[in-house]
Design a protein around this ligand. Structure first.
Ligand code: FAD
Length: 678
């Protein structure tokens, strides 16, 4: 036992070390309750002005986020605005407020918007209502001082449409922009850099135009972590990484929804199959059994799969931050502001957080490197870290192009010396929450009423001598190998039993996300389906639906189904044995064209080539009211396919390419040209 004097010496040493190693980020946990940003909790008022006043805030960072990236940027921006400029920031989900308050907001408040564009230039789910309000109810907004950072992807047609629209709309309503509009491009991989560049401009405006003084960056935790030495991972009420509190408590019926991004269904996996025939690449077919739940879907929806991290990545992370001794220790996390949301259920073990709640595998950003530098194990490592973090080209060459994740990068920089000074709360705030991954459902809701099929290509590729792996797809591959009793070697290994063995016997948390990718209501409408690679997933669902319609319905008249599928060769030909069965059932109404891109070394054939080859018939199907569906790779395929359809219309109807492009666009507006691309 330590006596009082020993304890005082230990504390003094710890404080000295913290100050020495972390001058820039000295932790002010005693000032905890003044933490500068708040994330709005679900139980809070929807009245923005009342919330700002009650919490003594003078700025808002709103986020419109689908996959968590915009939310992550917004959260970090909120913290930095507080640390550097003393702004008292409310970090707010756009869905959490009534917007009329924006019309009456005092001009002293600064409003930042960090918004992503989703799908066909649409707002993210949590921003839909806000944009409806902007379009229909927003009045003049001369009081509003705002700026916008927009997240988008230039491989999509409606690049950053949401941020651009927001900025223009606010301007047209008389709002005053206090810093330039900024946008990022995920399509060319520059999102982090674009965000940093915008942030710099934004901070310049705060300093130069609004006279804010920039302070030295001081890290202030948003949470207080308390270790519970008397508790163990086995104790009741302690989370081992369960998806939410209901799963920890186990007092509610977990088979009843609603199931969404806050509450998944723990679905048994009833069947898995490897679809590729070669051993170097893998694509798994997975069937989830929903019969014991009220989870419903319609054909064309998406399934969100909640992943966990593999053993190898968890171990490497623990080693990097010297957390071996704390692996199974239990702690609880207290939010330092009544409206801040604790990102996972606590009490919880360290390992459970790392395995189930942190995105530890993805690429590291320059900003992350800069912010963690002050916790470096020694001054030399700190200098190296700052050097890399402040030099864009050097960072790209030495970190980004090597595909390092956080632990890889830090250990590389420190030559293997563990980063034992980094507070775990800092890591919780730095690292994005592990997000569900979406999959286009490949079953038909009318055929498989209580099963959901997905088709996932496993991400594992050697790049520059580094094996880069995807989190969710390798988990699904692990399930497939274990469930089928195979001896295949795996590139990474997962704890398939899950928290407290709750995922044992092959279960995974999932929820359904409704999509707008839907068959025409009239079955006699012809459909043209373009689905190369795993893009064929929802097409399989559509075709199964049509087969079922024919089986069930007396005198059902089906329109033509023309499927364009593409793969490299016979080894990755998905569902090869199923298509003849569908063809047999649908008869003349079904036709399939297959583009094998690597079959002939002298000639690569893509789906676009196959589409072009049937130009005349396609034009006539479109004239007959055909719906077109495109699914798969957003970067090249979707664009090329769209311009192929435009070329066909131009040539067949003898109209200009511009007019034909407009025609395709108008088909999109009428929902007759639908895309499900990622
Ligand atoms: P992640 O862990 O998310 O990694 C993503 C990529 O980054 C991988 O290629 C990985 O290798 C790479 N990576 C990992 N670590 C690093 C690093 N340190 N540095 C650089 N790169 C790194 N996919 C399908 O297969 N089938 C579908 O039907 C399907 N439908 C979709 C529908 C929608 C609406 C959306 C949005 C996506 C869909 N996807 C589909 C894609 C899917 O959601 C996942 O993105 C994909 O499976 C990869 O997930 P993952 O967790 O395995 O990879």
């Amino acid at each position: 036992m330590l006596d009082t004097l020993d304890l005082a010496v230990v504390i003094a040493l710890a404080l000295a070390a913290a100050y020495y190693f972390g001058k820039d980020y000295f932790i002010k946990s005693d000032e905890a309750s003044s933490a500068g940003f708040v994330a709005h909790g679900a139980e809070q008022s929807r009245d923005l002005i009342a919330t700002l006043k009650k919490n003594n805030k003078n700025a808002v960072v709103f986020f419109g986020s689908q996959t968590g990236t915009a939310e992550d940027y917004a959260t970090k921006l909120s913290k930095e605005l507080h640390s550097k400029f003393g702004l008292r920031v409310l970090n707010a989900d756009l869905a959490d407020f009534d917007y009329d308050n924006l019309l009456d907001l005092d001009p002293d408040y600064l409003v930042f918007f960090v918004v992503a564009t989703y799908g066909e230039g649409e707002p993210t789910d949590n921003a839909v209502e806000f944009f409806n309000w902007l379009d229909n109810d927003a009045d003049q907004m001369a009081n509003l001082k705002y700026t916008v950072f927009s997240l988008g992807n230039s491989t999509y047609e409606f690049f950053n449409a949401v941020g651009i629209k927001l900025n223009e709309k606010l301007e047209s309503l008389g709002a005053e922009s206090f810093a330039p509009y900024g946008q990022g491009d995920d399509g060319v991989g520059t999102m982090d850099e674009d965000f940093l560049a915008w942030k710099e401009q934004c901070f310049d405006s705060l300093k130069n135009n609004l006279n804010f003084e920039e302070k030295e960056l001081v890290y202030e935790p948003s949470f207080e972590l308390e270790e519970l030495s008397s508790k163990s991972a086995l104790d009741e009420g302690v989370s081992n990484g369960e998806p939410n509190k209901k799963y920890v408590e186990g007092t509610t019926d977990l088979s009843r929804g609603p199931f969404d991004h806050t509450h998944p269904y723990l679905a048994p996996i009833s069947y898995t199959k490897e679809l590729f025939k070669s051993s170097d690449r893998s694509c798994v077919h997975v069937e989830f059994d929903t019969s014991a739940s009220n989870l419903k879907y319609t054909t064309g929806d998406h399934l969100a799969v909640w992943p966990s991290n593999p053993d190898e990545k968890v171990d490497a992370f623990i080693k990097c931050f010297a957390l071996e001794a704390k692996r199974n220790a239990v702690f609880k996390l207290k939010s330092l502001d009544s409206t801040v949301h604790v990102p996972f259920p606590t009490p919880i073990t360290y390992e459970a957080v790392i395995r189930h709640h942190m995105e530890i595998s993805g690429p590291i950003s320059r900003q992350a490197l800069m912010s963690i530098a002050s916790f470096a194990p020694n001054p030399e490592v700190k200098t190296k870290c700052v050097e890399l973090g402040s030099d864009r080209a050097k960072f790209a060459q030495e970190i980004h192009s090597k595909f390092y994740n956080l632990a890889d990068a830090l250990l590389k920089i420190s030559a293997g010396v563990p980063w034992s000074n980094v507070p775990f709360v800092f890591l919780i705030e730095l690292i994005a929450s592990l997000q569900p991954r979406y999959y286009s459902i490949s079953s038909s809701a009318s055929t498989e009423k209580s099963k959901i099929h997905i088709t996932a290509v496993v991400e594992a590729e050697e790049k520059d001598g580094v094996l880069v792996t995807g989190v969710a797809t390798n988990l699904l591959k692990n399930v497939e190998v274990a469930q089928n009793g195979k001896n295949d070697s795996l590139v990474c290994n997962y704890d398939l039993n899950g928290p407290s063995n709750k995922f044992s016997k092959f279960k995974l948390p999932v929820h359904v996300r409704r999509s707008t990718f839907k068959l025409p209501s009239n079955p006699s409408t012809p459909i043209i389906l373009v689905g190369p690679g795993t893009g064929v997933a929802p097409m399989r669902g559509f075709i199964r639906e049509r087969v079922n319609l024919l089986k069930k319905g007396e005198g059902v008249r089906l329109g033509k189904t023309l499927l364009f599928y593409g793969c490299r060769n016979n080894a990755d030909y998905l569902y090869q044995d199923e298509w003849p069965v569908y063809s047999e059932a649908l008869g003349e109404t079904f036709e399939m064209e297959v583009a094998l891109s690597r079959e002939d070394p002298n000639k690569k054939v893509y789906v676009q080539d196959k589409i072009k080859a049937r130009a005349k018939e396609i034009d006539s199907l479109i004239q007959d009211g055909a719906f077109i569906y495109v699914c798969g790779d957003a970067s090249r395929m979707a664009r090329d396919v769209q311009s192929t359809f435009a070329k066909i219309l131009s040539e067949q109807r003898d109209i200009s390419i511009e007019k034909a492009t407009e025609l395709v666009k108008s088909m999109k507006v009428q929902n007759r040209y639908q895309e499900d691309v990622w």
